[in-house]
Design a protein around this ligand. Structure first.
Ligand SMILES: CC(=O)SCCNC(=O)CCNC(=O)[C@H](O)C(C)(C)COP(=O)(O)OP(=O)(O)OC[C@H]1O[C@@H](n2cnc3c(N)ncnc32)[C@H](O)[C@@H]1OP(=O)(O)O
Ligand SMILES: CC(C)C(=O)C(=O)O
Length: 571
């Protein structure tokens, strides 16, 4: 059947909670939540090939390194792999990291689950029971009262096996209860179940009970979820003995927004996975949440300074690639191909450097780049990549970053045509090395990597002052196999060199544009010169010269443009 013209015949709109006095819209996020990674549980259970113990170990150690203090490591009653891995985590977790495991409300599975945690320094037993009408009716066939009783009985069992068990006193026991499908549950019923579970567990302000309020399936817009969270947070009794945790799934693509609005509405803790792995469309992406805070100036207490190594482990262990456009981490996220973006970024970096030179604490303000890529271990080289959608800014950025040459605007325009043409001929992106080689070959720039067989070469020169304002230059040039001696007079070295060439070519040589800057920051720095000349009536050509001596650099830019003009058949 195709899509319905009237989908209301099949789908019913979600009925939101009525909370006209909601407070969350005027709140802001000023501190990070408690983070729980469920990569090794919710993430793992949704993989076509769940992780091996070896993969889980590698992943677990990375989570610890990133800074997670609460990690849901397994569903120990599900398989021997999960049980064995829980044992590894219990035995190897740092003292400040709590190991969390999940069990359904089934006594025999709860017993096995608690067994897997024996000897842990800090452990959280997490049990779940769906509370929505839909799940209760379809899956369990239980009334609200029967379901509540089941949650309470299982909570009492966990208590008996953990914090009340004399032989389990070496562990700091936490307890988490998830009214699964909370976002589709009558809010007053969710409160009633949680009140009863709380009474059964007996939490304290020092060790609050965790009520995890999942959007097991995302039902509506994130503001509706936020209302549900605020309602729960306002109405649960002894609020200080309760930590409200969120576990948003991404069915409607709004999990990040739901988690953020949910925190504004009072949540203390977030459960999710790196890069949003998890059932169906995934759990909320913890990388995005953490770096969203970071770019608002709030340190998230999760360290993604080396995001590439995180991506490497996530991709290898999940066997799912991180999307190239995943927020912050995706390979293409800090890459601009299009001309106007590249132009803006290039100008942005220049202004940022100027601002920072005046004030080392100047804040980050870069068009199109909300995060400094270096903060997550990315280089600036990857930011601008050049293809047929690029303009002058892109290619000149690559030349600046790789050859330290800050091309004048008109040369940028000229070189960008060469780059555009090459990228169309190749029908693909041009890599940095290709662009720098194209530049060196177009303008006959020699360096340690590239040596050109030049038709025109500068052999020697001398300059004398013939009067206060006149310079005489004697130039010796290699022209093909011949050596020629030329003279020229002008009011400076450049004009006298132009006059010497003019007499040799028997054509007018007019300097249209000249720029120079130093290369490198130390006293041995070289000068780079850029020269645009008209030779005769129909030849306009750019030359580039680099040398320790600025005059010689400009003579080399004459040599560069003579060789270009000859190659193009203009002289
Ligand atoms: C929203 C979530 O992500 S919840 C976590 C889900 N994760 C997993 O299920 C991964 C691990 N699970 C497993 O390995 C298995 O499902 C096991 C070991 C837990 C159970 O396996 P089985 O006993 O063969 O049951 P099976 O998976 O077929 O069906 C689930 C049963 O548990 C019941 N159940 C489902 N959720 C719960 C719950 N929260 N509490 C109690 N029982 C539950 C179902 O009603 C069903 O019972 P029934 O057999 O009487 O109809
Ligand atoms: C067990 C619960 C928290 C869960 O995974 C969900 O509701 O998605």
């Amino acid at each position: 059947m195709p899509m319905l013209k009237d989908p209301s015949k099949k789908y019913v709109a979600f009925k939101p909670l009525n909370l006209p006095d909601r407070q969350w819209p005027s709140k802001t996020l000023q501190a990070p939540p408690r983070w729980l990674s469920t990569d090794l549980r919710d993430g793992n259970q949704s993989l076509p090939d769940p992780m091996s113990v070896a993969e889980k170990k590698e992943y677990f150690n990375k989570l610890v390194q990133i800074g997670f203090k609460e990690i849901e490591v397994a569903f120990p009653s599900a398989s021997q792999t999960d049980f064995d891995f829980t044992r590894y985590a219990v035995e190897n977790a740092p003292a400040d990291v709590a190991i969390q495991v999940l069990s359904p409300c089934r006594p025999e599975l709860i017993k096995r689950t608690v067994e897997s945690l024996k000897g842990a320094k800090k452990a959280i037993v997490h049990i779940y029971l769906a509370t929505s009408d839909c799940f209760r009716n379809i899956i369990f066939g239980l009334s609200q009262e029967e379901s509540l009783e089941m949650a309470v009985n299982c909570t009492k069992l966990v208590r008996e096996l953990t914090k009340d068990a004399p032989e389990m006193q070496d562990t700091v026991w936490g307890f988490e209860f998830s009214p699964e499908t909370f976002s589709d549950t009558d809010p007053d019923y969710a409160l009633r179940v949680c009140e009863a579970v709380k009474a059964a567990w007996g939490p304290s302000e020092e060790n609050p009970i965790i009520f995890n309020l999942p959007a097991t399936v995302e039902m509506s817009t994130p503001n509706v979820y936020a209302d549900q969270i605020e309602y729960f947070s306002r109405n649960i009794s002894e609020r200080k003995t309760v930590a409200i945790s969120l576990h948003p799934h991404n069915d409607r693509g709004c999990a990040v927004a739901a988690a953020e609005l949910g925190q504004m509405a009072g949540a203390d803790r977030i459960e999710g996975c790196l890069f949003g792995n998890g059932e169906r469309t995934g759990n909320v992406d913890l990388v995005t949440l953490a770096l969203n805070l970071y770019t608002q100036g709030v340190y998230p207490h999760l360290d993604f300074s080396d995001i590439t190594s995180v991506i490497d482990i996530v991709e290898r262990c999940n066997k799912i690639p991180v999307h190239p456009r995943a927020p912050y981490g995706g390979q293409l996220v800090v890459c601009a191909f299009s001309g106007s973006h590249q132009d803006a970024i290039k100008k942005g970096f220049k202004k940022q450097e100027e601002r920072q030179a005046k004030d080392p604490n100047a804040r980050w303000q870069l068009p199109y780049l909300p995060l400094d890529p270096q903060d997550i271990g990315r280089t600036y080289e990857a930011i601008i990549r050049v293809n047929s959608q690029s303009g002058k800014g892109g290619a000149s950025w690559v030349i600046l970053r790789n050859l330290e040459l800050d091309l004048p605007r008109a040369l940028q325009v000229s070189f960008s045509k060469i780059v555009q043409n090459e990228s169309e001929v190749k029908g693909r992106e041009l890599y940095n090395k290709e662009i720098t080689n194209l530049f060196k070959n177009s303008y006959f720039v020699d360096d340690d990597d590239t040596q050109h067989d030049l038709y025109f070469q500068l052999v020697d020169y001398s300059i004398t002052n013939t009067s206060k304002s006149a310079r005489l230059i004697n130039v010796e040039l290699q022209v093909g196999k011949d050596t020629v001696s030329l003279k020229g007079i002008g009011n400076g070295p450049i004009s006298s060199f132009a006059s010497a060439i003019s007499s040799y070519l028997k054509k007018d040589v007019l300097v249209l544009n000249y720029h120079e800057h130093s290369l490198g920051k130390d006293s041995n720095s070289k000068a780079a010169t850029y020269l645009h000349c008209a030779i005769g009536d129909d030849c306009k050509v750019w030359g580039v010269g680099i040398h320790e001596d600025v005059s010689q650099a400009s003579f080399l830019s004459f040599i560069s443009l003579l060789n270009s003009a000859r190659r193009d058949g203009k002289i």
